[in-house]
Design a protein around this ligand. Structure first.
Ligand code: SF4
Ligand SMILES: [Zn+2]
Length: 355
């Protein structure tokens, strides 16, 4: 069975089990410290429910590690409702100077079948009135990054940075196709980045690459090498920022099925640190490491003694873009063995139990 057929059948089963939640229940927001292009500041995150990521709903079943589709009511959400959910969430915050607004739609903000144009325009108009918002960050697959759409968005927030974040995941087209089922290639990604670069003469527009750490069927060693190579590629192509997403096991995905059968394990936090060190010492653009799920059963894990400490160190290093200090723990030798022998054993899981 090929990966797409398997992926699609797992996706269909998981969609059948989904509890029906209303758009209101699925929308969420929170705030926190973040790194802006102008330095340390604040971020507000707003999640908006949409009919669901077009790629996840397509016959390919979407990406092998992603269950964002579970955050969707799987039916049309009217523009009126989307805007009112956005407004209610935005109004919860006392927006401080130096704020970035991040809008997550569990799919593509620039796909008008997911976020209708009138809702998109109204959301950007609302943000334009917030003088403390310096940056507006949205996510999109490259196929929706068209000149007309990006121009239309930028012209509604002319004094703010508009960032288009795209899930490149890996610079290897082989990994994208056979391990992630991404549905696009480096060429598609490059076209979208070039388009953003061309619009920089008219607008404050930037692009960001999300890179995924340790797709399925990937050894610990290859996961590190792929992440470092992908960051160098993304910088070379011309993105303005990189955000790494180390794997966490989402429910209802092919990744979860392999994990349950003992054929996949998320990366060690040691691997994540190694990636930060190598990338920050060779790449000039800002590099953020997401720490969601660190130290949990379904996320990147070292041992109970050092998980929290390293997570905290990484969060701090994101804010000042520093290279985390050397650190030691008794679990490190197990990681070293996993990296050294993972190619030999061709294993995607670890030789040693994590404690
Ligand atoms: S990672 Fe992005 S493109 Fe892939 S299924 Fe999830 S939301 Fe869709
Ligand atoms: Zn440890």
């Amino acid at each position: 069975m090929d990966i797409q057929t398997l992926n699609k059948s797992i996706r269909e089963k998981s969609l059948k089990k989904l509890e029906n939640k209303t758009a209101q229940e699925l929308s969420a927001s929170w705030s926190g410290e973040d790194l802006l292009y102008s330095g340390k500041g604040n971020a507000i995150f707003i999640i908006l429910p949409t009919p669901g990521c077009a790629h996840a709903l397509s016959k390919s079943g979407g990406c092998t590690m992603c269950s964002y589709i579970a955050d969707s009511p799987l039916e049309a959400v009217s523009s009126h409702e989307l805007v009112s959910l956005f407004k209610n969430n935005l109004n919860k915050f006392d927006i401080k100077p130096k704020t970035v607004a991040k809008i997550f739609v569990s799919g593509s903000f620039l796909n008008e079948d997911e976020i209708p144009k009138d809702a998109r325009d109204e959301i950007l108009n609302l943000l334009n009135k917030e003088e403390n918002v310096e940056e507006v960050v949205v996510e999109s697959r490259p196929e929706y990054v068209t000149e007309g759409t990006v121009r239309a968005c930028c012209s509604l927030i002319p004094d703010k940075i508009f960032e288009v974040s795209m899930g490149l995941e890996s610079s290897s087209d082989y990994i994208k196709e056979y391990r992630i089922n991404k549905g696009f290639t480096n060429q598609d990604f490059q076209r979208a980045v070039d388009l953003v670069k061309d619009l920089k003469t008219d607008f404050k527009v930037t692009s960001k690459a999300y890179l995924f750490i340790k797709p399925i069927l990937t050894s610990e060693k290859n996961a590190i090498e792929d992440a470092v190579a992908s960051a160098r590629y993304a910088e070379k192509v011309g993105v303005d920022r990189i955000s790494f997403c180390p794997a966490t096991i989402h429910k209802g995905t092919l990744m979860e099925v392999l994990w349950r059968r003992g054929s996949y394990q998320p990366p060690w936090i040691w691997s994540v640190l190694e990636i930060i060190r190598r990338v920050r010492s060779s790449v000039k653009i800002p590099v953020i490491m997401d720490t969601a799920g660190f130290g949990t059963r379904r996320g990147p894990y070292n041992c109970k003694k050092c998980n929290k400490k390293l997570k905290h160190m990484i969060i701090q290093s994101n804010l000042d873009q520093s290279i985390p200090e050397e650190f030691d723990c008794e679990c490190k030798v197990n990681w070293e063995a996993d990296v050294e022998y993972s190619d030999l054993t061709r294993s995607n899981v670890n030789l040693t139990d994590r404690i």
